[in-house]
Design a protein around this ligand. Structure first.
Ligand code: CA
Length: 377
């Protein structure tokens, strides 16, 4: 089998209302999908996290190196692309582009052998993944304490056992928002907070100490990703577990996070940190260092499916019976018209639990009409 074509699909959709994390407001969602064709008619799909126009340029630049190559040689092709761009792209958009290519190659490999990707990754430990609801962002022109409480209660009513709140809007305001959401979801639902690296360690520690009493399962990206010492300072100062890693790349980047013991929970994004090939390696490293791996997921059905296949094979956080603590799926509940539209069968949850796709490859089918509808070019 030979690779005959590599296509990029840059998609964009407008939102009905602007939303904000601590990184700022946004009113559109974009996606960058990778389609790899072969001479045997097998087509694979991948997705790149990050700025769509730039990751598309990366993939289009790399594409000629892939034409004529054997798509089953996923490890060889990863190493080849990484080595050729090592001097210029050890992190960031180059690795995001490589991630989408790698995911598409694994989709081809699964379809070729007629098995789901999780089987090729070593075999599933679980068939369903417990999801947490990512949402609770800021909206314009309303009282956040009211709409955040309503939204959080809605996730609990849907059956979610864990929800994540955006913080980073000022320590005092964040404390109020955390209290309001905790009161809305009750004592038994897990609550995480995510500052999108807006704080320095002084502010992050202050917030952490003020919200410890609300039983926070993790404090995500408290400080900028470059500030390893800041991560360690926050981790040492508060009792809340520290999460991060959606802005880190490859096993080499995560080695530094693990060795410095900056994290309790690592969150490599499969569409950013190097694809399925690399994230399986990062997961194995995380286990060695006693760090939990719960992937960052922020994309379409392709990103969700790829994440589910990896989640299926990750070791449990705790092995004790009767109920081992397993890694969670980040399930973005904010508006994204692309997310489910581009797959023919939406990947949905039932009472906060999402099944791992069973079909060959990623186990999803792409809706080409949706691609045309949302195409930015
Ligand atoms: Ca995050």
């Amino acid at each position: 089998m030979k690779i005959t074509n590599v296509r990029t699909h840059v998609l964009q959709a407008a939102l009905s209302e602007p939303l904000a994390s601590a990184r700022g407001w946004y009113d559109t969602r974009t996606a960058m999908l990778v389609e790899i064709e072969t001479d045997q008619g097998v087509v694979g799909w991948g997705e790149c996290y990050g700025p769509a126009g730039i990751t598309a340029a990366v993939v289009e630049s790399v594409a000629p190196w892939l034409i004529g190559g054997d798509p089953l040689r996923t490890e060889y092709l990863w190493q080849m692309i990484y080595a050729r761009l090592r001097d210029h792209g050890q992190k960031g958009v180059v690795i995001e582009g490589l991630s989408g290519i790698d995911i598409a190659l694994w989709d081809i490999k699964g379809k070729h052998f007629g098995v789901p990707v999780h089987q090729l990754l070593g075999g599933a430990l679980r068939t369903h993944i417990v999801a947490y609801a990512t949402g609770l962002q800021r909206r314009q022109a309303e009282d956040p304490t009211r709409y955040l409480a309503e939204e959080a209660a809605g996730y609990v009513a849907e059956g979610f056992s864990a929800v994540k709140l955006k913080v980073g809007f000022g320590v005092e305001e964040d404390v109020v928002a955390t209290r309001v959401v905790r009161e809305a979801i009750g004592p038994t639902v897990s609550l995480m907070v995510d500052a999108n690296h807006t704080f320095d360690s002084v502010a992050a520690i202050r917030l952490g100490r003020m919200i410890e009493k609300y039983d926070i399962s993790w404090f995500e990206e408290p400080v900028p990703p470059e500030d390893l010492a800041g991560y360690c300072a926050v981790k040492a100062a508060i009792s809340i577990p520290i999460a991060g890693g959606e802005c880190e790349f490859t096993r080499f980047g995560f080695r530094n996070l693990f060795v410095s013991r900056a994290l309790d929970i690592a969150q490599p994004d499969i569409c950013a940190a190097g694809g399925l090939s690399e994230c399986k390696k990062i997961a194995d490293m995380a286990e060695v260092f006693g760090v939990r791996y719960t992937p960052h997921v922020w994309g379409t059905g392709i990103a969700i499916a790829a994440s589910l296949h990896l989640l299926a094979v990750l070791p449990p956080h705790t092995r004790s019976s009767p109920v081992p603590v397993a890694p969670l799926l980040e399930f973005d509940r904010t508006e994204n018209p692309l997310r489910q539209a581009i797959v023919t069968e939406p990947i949905e949850h039932t009472r906060g639990i999402v099944p791992v796709p069973k079909g060959p490859g990623l186990g999803i089918e792409i809706d080409r009409k949706a691609l045309a509808r949302f195409s930015r070019r």
